[in-house]
Design a protein around this ligand. Structure first.
Ligand code: GLA
Length: 387
C-alpha cells in the first residue's frame, strides 16, 4: 500500500518535471518578440480588400502625427487584398495597387514604425488572393527582403489541402520565417479552432485569434469579448490571445460600446490593433484609442491577462493584476439601462481600504472601504485602478 502511494508521488513528480521543462522549452523557442501585447493598425475593417500603397503610407503618417506612435502603436499591417500574382520563379508580387512592396516597407520603417503583411497557409486567402501553400519558404524569404516585421497567417482555404495537419501547417511557416533570420512577429488566424491557445506557442505563434470575426457588431464584441474568461492562463509575454481588432473609429458601434471594447481588450492584455481609417477618425475616437492610462493597463509589464470575478445577469466585474500590486478593474453593464455595478475588494485581492482612480476620466475618486460602486451606462464600462 505504502509502496504504491510512493510510486504515485514519484509519477506525479515526473509529470510535473515534464510539464515544467516543456513549458520552459516553449518559452525558449520563442522569437523574443511581442513581450507586450502588440499595438498598431490593420487595414481590414476600415478598407476590406480596397487597400493601396498610398493609403497605407497615409496611415503611417497619421499614426505619427496624431500621437498614436508616441503611445506605443507601431505595426502598420496590410490585411487581405495586397497580393498579386506569382512570377515564373514563383515569387509573389504586390498587385497593381502595390507596385513596390520593398519601397513601402522602407517608408514605414522611415517613420519608426513596423510593417505587417497577411497571407494564408492555403492556396488562396479568404479574399481569393494568392496564399502561401507550396511557396512557404520563398514567401518567407520575399517578406524578409521587403522588410516585413509581422505576418498574419489566415487559415481560409487551407482546409481544402490539409486535413488534420493544422498545427504542422502553421509550424511550416514559422520555421520558414525563422530561417530568414529576420525577427517577424507571427500572428495565427484560424478563428480559435482546435483550442489554438493550447498549442499556438509551440508552433511559433506570438498571438492567435481566439474566435471568428467581430465584423461590425456590438453583439459580437460583447459575445466574443466576455467569452475570453478562462483563457488567461495561456497568455503572457511573447504569446497572447487575440479576440480580433478594435472597432473604435468605424462608426458602427457607439462610444460607450467602444470604451467597453477598449477596456475589456486592455484587461485581457489583448493586442491593440485599430482598424478604422485613421485619416478620417473623429477626435472622440482618437481619444478612446489614445488614453494613456487605459493603454497602460494593456501594456502593464507583468503581462497578466485579466479574468472575470463576478457576473450578475448582465453586470460583470473583471480584474487584471498589475505590476506593483494594484488592480485594474472593469465594471461592465451589458444590459439595456443604466445600472449600478459593485466590485467587492476581497474578490479582486485588495485589502479592506483602498484608493480608486477612474482611468477614462483620469480622476481620483477617493478612498473606499470594502466595496466600490459606480453607475454604468447601457453597454458601457467604468474602468478603475484600485490600490
Ligand atoms: C478572415 C479573417 C479577417 C480578415 C479576412 C480577410 O475573415 O478572420 O480578420 O483577415 O479573413 O479576408
Amino acid at each position: 500500500m505504502k509502496q504504491s502511494s510512493g510510486r504515485g508521488i514519484l509519477r506525479l513528480c515526473l509529470v510535473f518535471i515534464v510539464l515544467f521543462s516543456s513549458s520552459a522549452i516553449l518559452r525558449a523557442q520563442g522569437n523574443g518578440l511581442a513581450q507586450k501585447p502588440p499595438m498598431g493598425w490593420n487595414s481590414w475593417y476600415g478598407n476590406y480588400m480596397q487597400v493601396t500603397d498610398a493609403m497605407i503610407r497615409a496611415q503611417a503618417d497619421t499614426m505619427v502625427n496624431n500621437g498614436m506612435k508616441a503611445l506605443g502603436y507601431e505595426y502598420v499591417n496590410i490585411d487581405d487584398g495586397w497580393a498579386g500574382e506569382r512570377d515564373a520563379q514563383g515569387v509573389i508580387h504586390g498587385d497593381k495597387n502595390f507596385p513596390n512592396m520593398k519601397a513601402l516597407g522602407e517608408y514605414i520603417h522611415s517613420k519608426g514604425l513596423k510593417f505587417g503583411l497577411y497571407s494564408s497557409p492555403g492556396p488562396l486567402t479568404c479574399g481569393h488572393r494568392q496564399g502561401s501553400y507550396g511557396h512557404e519558404e520563398l514567401d518567407a524569404q520575399t517578406y524578409a527582403a521587403w522588410g516585413v516585421d509581422f505576418l498574419k497567417y489566415d487559415w481560409c482555404s487551407a482546409g481544402r489541402v490539409y486535413k488534420s495537419e493544422m498545427q504542422a501547417a502553421y509550424k511550416k511557416m514559422a520555421d520558414a520565417l525563422k530561417r530568414t533570420g529576420r525577427p517577424i512577429l507571427y500572428s495565427l488566424c484560424q478563428y480559435g479552432l482546435q483550442k489554438v491557445w493550447t498549442w499556438a506557442p509551440s508552433v511559433g505563434g506570438n498571438m492567435w485569434r481566439t474566435a471568428g470575426d467581430l465584423d461590425y457588431k456590438y453583439d459580437r464584441v460583447s459575445l466574443v469579448g466576455f467569452q475570453q474568461d478562462g483563457l488567461e492562463r495561456f497568455a503572457g509575454p511573447g504569446h497572447w490571445n487575440d479576440p480580433d481588432m478594435l472597432l473604435v473609429g468605424l462608426k458602427k458601434i457607439n462610444e460607450d460600446e467602444n470604451r467597453t471594447q477598449m477596456s475589456l481588450w486592455c484587461l485581457l492584455a489583448a493586442p491593440l490593433l485599430m482598424s478604422a481609417d485613421l485619416t478620417t477618425i473623429s477626435p472622440a475616437s482618437l481619444a478612446i484609442m489614445t488614453n494613456p492610462e487605459v493603454i497602460a493597463v494593456d501594456q502593464d509589464p507583468a503581462g497578466i491577462q485579466g479574468h472575470r470575478v463576478s457576473e450578475e445577469g448582465p453586470l460583470e466585474v473583471w480584474v487584471k493584476p498589475l505590476a506593483g500590486g494594484s488592480k485594474a478593474v472593469g465594471l461592465f453593464n451589458r444590459g439595456e439601462g443604466v445600472n449600478p455595478v459593485t466590485v467587492k475588494f476581497k474578490d479582486v485581492g485588495v485589502k479592506k481600504t483602498a484608493t480608486v482612480r477612474d482611468l477614462w476620466a483620469a480622476k481620483d475618486l477617493g478612498t473606499f472601504t470594502g466595496t466600490f460602486t459606480a453607475d454604468v451606462p447601457r453597454h458601457g464600462v467604468v474602468l478603475v485602478k484600485i490600490k
